[in-house]
Design a binder for this molecule. Sequence first.
Ligand SMILES: [Zn+2]
Length: 668
Amino acid sequence: MMDKELFSNEPDISKVKITDPFWQNRMEVVRTKVLPYEWEALNDRIEGATTSHAVANFKIAADLTKNGLVGKTGKGTTRTEGAEAVDTGEGGFKGFVFQDSDIAKWLEAIAYTLTWHKDAEIEKTADEVIDLVCAAQQEDGYLDTFYIINGIDKKWTNLKDNHELYCFGHMLEAAVAYYEATGKDKLLNAMKKYADYIDRVFGPESDKKHGYPGHEEAELALVKLYRVTKEKKYLNLAKYFIDARGTEPNYFAEECKERGVKVPSKEDLAYHQAHKPVREQDVAIGHAVRAVYLYTAMADVAKITEDEELFAACERLWKDITTRQMYITGSIGSSHVGEAFTFDYDLPNDAVYGETCAAIGLAFFAKRMLGIRPKREYADVLEKVLYNGILSGISLDGTRFFYVNPLEVVPYKDKMDARFRHVKTERQKWFGCACCPPNIARIMADLGSYLSSVNGAAFYTHLPVGSETESEIAGTNVKVIVTGNYPWDGDIEVKIDPEKETAFTYGIRIPSWCDRFEAEFNGEKLNSDLKDGYLTISRTFKKGDVLKLTLSMEAKVIEADSKVRADYGKVAVMRGPVVYCLEEADNGKDLHLLSIDTDTVFGVRKESELGGIDALYADGYREITRDDDRLYRPAGAREYEHPELKFVPYYAWNNRGEGEMRVWVQRR
Ligand SMILES: [Zn+2]
């Protein structure tokens, strides 16, 4: 039964100030390095980086629109089956069919930064981009440069592959974020017009198309539009897209027949999560990013419409991902074939896909689940993916990115072997398919909205990130100030400052990785009863109330369930939420020869390298290998050297040049 009291509001991001020593610096890197760098990339001004053409596409589309030439140049291409980059020559569209979304995500990230750092110059650039985007919009509201340039008569003919509704969703998210950050509604109005048009084209009525997005994204964006406009039709359209998916007759199959191309197999439909209605799905399947964007929207709609059946589907899919298909880093998507989930416990460390966007999507899903019900398991995964699988996607200086996030790298192997061609052994400057870099920028810039939620008359701190949050609880303005040096130290202080004495509940998550904790409130020791993994205090709070919490932070040797074949006989090292790895830079080559005991005791040293880390040191073993020209020989007793091993946080790997890395180490 869903508890109506628990339908939460996210804290208004404009009232969250991040003061955290770990994240504040990274958010500044996003603002001062990543976003300016991305702007150069989107304008094709970075030497040696893959071409984007994203801004150029909008310029071309805007010119055609201005001159009344859309669909009249006779230059339209029939190439609309696009899973590959398109290049229609000088003055034509270049890039992927979803290239517009790169601009959208950049704009959205800019909007979030403006909420915590006003910057007139960057706002001016964003306004100009918005002018350009709006100049490409068609009279009816349609806005997709691929079809505007390549053949507008073919719009909506290939929802399965061509991402129009995906690009719409991203630009809509940008519009909502920019409106909320600046109060400027030009893009919001343009996207409302586009949403109204889409609402006229799609829906259950017999005179409308019964389609839905090939790549989910419009659904969650329409929920945001509903939240900001309170217009129910946008929520209904999101719900329609969710519920139409996978029903019979299958829209994607019908669409393919119409175009005279091969009808998708059951597997093809599963790639799009369209093999059966979403309410009947219980296995996370297909393209991992699409899947988690869909589940995010399902949770949104379940919450707003109090739809228990839909929420039950979300819970089943959540459980399937997090207990059978997720890496220790929070990465998801085990295979590069279809960038997809595979099957239970299939988690190869070297051939992994683990797209940064999929990790980000899992954080979206976790945040929505927390919004419905504050439960430790949701926040644990959110934390895991933020500190590991997402953060690994970006270099410490903010100018290099991983698309694929491997947990084991041997550079020469990954380069020689075509099976690992998707694995890059160093972060890249940019990508032809550049979904990940702007995605990481937008989630980091929006970090403030992930830390806590107000659920009914209760404030919950999900992640103890240093921050000051103002929100309304039980009718009173309450400031919650979290300080500490997380994730390195377990001492956390929370000041709870209501404007006037007010009765409510305050809860803070005790992470599942934490064995022992101590808590005191205004100097008095609290008992350690937890509710859904949260330490909660229900009382009348007054100005100056202080909660002090100490979490035990020992480094731990972790094993995977024995069903995970790739990790069998191996162990990983974690301290707090941070997953560690071995790198060649510290431990030499042939990391597969290294092993540790399960009862290893780790030394912790604060180091200034890699942006300031707690490095872990431990006595380990390196097998002394025999070189006698035999590929095979009778097994003999092993001999070992006893080096001191150094472990560094996984997110920080590959910031000291190319080299071997592994998370899962041989267990002695
Ligand atoms: Zn991506």
